[in-house]
Design a protein around this ligand. Structure first.
Ligand code: TRP
Length: 366
């Protein structure tokens, strides 16, 4: 064949249609190292080989009632962080969820096929509902509490239908792959279930099932600085991409450690394991090796370990921080990026919504 196909970001070198990748991050605050290694750096790695669509989930953020003055700033932060981490707006579709109204309409339609029981059994819902009602136990009395509650504490319906909205985010793009952390696996499972249910109810193989994507490896779990568990905003143990040098060094120097190994080849305690895990992400393998050996022969000084760790984290985060600040100052650039992204996203979204309306029997008279 003589005539060469025009290359776009939807077609790979050999002319095949690229797989569609979709992911989003809720607009609830700045991104930390956990977000960076768990999500953002994967997004960047996928941008050449896949047709990627990355968005800022501002509607999902509403489920936890952010201050209206903060919400827009939070959206802007994540956009700047996406771009600063290396997402190229010409290779990817980068957009804000609320800029694509088709998502909201399809969310309403999809809810007609979603059971409140299955939503109430979702782990993330139970957690958040417990929080909203101030319940500390893990028991199953929560359903009774929700229905019987006569106080003005309530669990909002948006929280319940969070998985419907997420399923629509994914299905409206007919996404094949969804790079997300382990904590989102249950939402993805529901997405597949809703897709199958829609297909079987309307006897049409309209949606295909999306899957998580981890580059064939285990999902990385980035530990926090407080000695246990993973890095998370609500745990208050985060290193943010936007942290300045002084703040970052201070945080790392204050990280929880232990009393140090008393005899050679002692087992490594969790706080120190966590520092090694962080080091594995940011440092040269030989650096990590050096400190592991020093631990094994009891010559380790945690002060040195932390100093080196802070140094190596800064090597990753400082250049990103500089770019975040630049981009945040460039409203014109941000608005150009999201406008272009919204246009591209709406093309697909409008087509899917039109199909779904048609399949469900909604037709116009005029
Ligand atoms: N629920 C996701 C989170 O909290 C964010 C999200 C919303 C998302 N819609 C999505 C992720 C669609 C992937 C695909 O991290």
């Amino acid at each position: 064949m003589e005539n060469k196909e025009i290359k776009d970001n939807k077609t790979s070198e050999n002319g095949d249609k690229k797989k569609v990748v979709l992911s989003g991050i809720r607009a609830t605050g700045n991104l930390h190292l956990g977000n960076y290694y768990g999500a953002l750096s994967k997004f960047v790695r996928m941008q050449d080989d896949y047709d990627c669509r990355y968005f800022v989930a501002d509607l999902h953020a509403l489920t936890t009632h952010p201050d209206p003055k903060m919400l827009h700033e939070n959206v802007k932060d994540i956009l700047a962080e996406y771009l600063a981490a290396g997402l190229d707006p010409d290779k990817n579709t980068i957009y804000v969820q609320s800029d694509v109204p088709e998502i909201s309409e399809m969310y309403l339609l999809m809810n007609m096929h979603v059971g409140i029981g299955e939503l109430m059994r979702t782990a993330s819902f139970k957690d958040k509902a417990r929080k909203a009602l101030g319940i500390h136990s893990e028991g199953d009395e929560i359903e009774k509490e929700i229905i019987g509650n006569q106080t003005n504490q309530r669990v909002n319906a948006g929280l319940l239908t969070y998985p419907t909205l997420m399923a629509v985010d994914i299905l409206i793009h007919h996404a094949d792959l969804v790079p997300v952390g382990k904590d989102q696996e249950q939402h993805l499972e529901l997405t597949r279930r809703f897709a199958r249910r829609f297909n079987s109810f309307y006897k049409t193989p309209y949606f295909s099932e999306p899957f998580n994507f981890n580059f064939g490896g285990e999902a990385v779990k980035v530990p926090g600085l407080d000695g246990s568990g993973k890095m998370g905003k609500s745990e208050g143990n985060c290193i943010y991409l936007i942290d300045d040098e002084k703040t970052l060094r201070k945080k790392v120097m204050r990280a929880v450690t232990d009393e140090g190994p008393k005899e050679p080849d002692s087992p490594v305690s969790e706080p120190i394991k966590n520092l090694f895990t962080l080091m594995e992400l940011v440092s040269e393998p030989s650096t990590l090796e050096h400190f592991k050996n020093a631990y094994a022969d009891c010559s380790i000084r945690y002060g040195d370990l932390k100093k080196q760790l802070a140094e190596d984290i800064l090597k990753t985060t400082l250049p990103i921080r500089e770019r975040i600040l630049d981009i945040r100052n460039n409203d014109e650039y941000i608005s150009k990026v999201v406008r272009q992204g919204a246009e591209k996203a709406r093309e697909t979204a409008a087509k899917t919504l039109a199909d779904v309306r048609e399949i469900m029997g909604i037709r116009k008279f005029y």
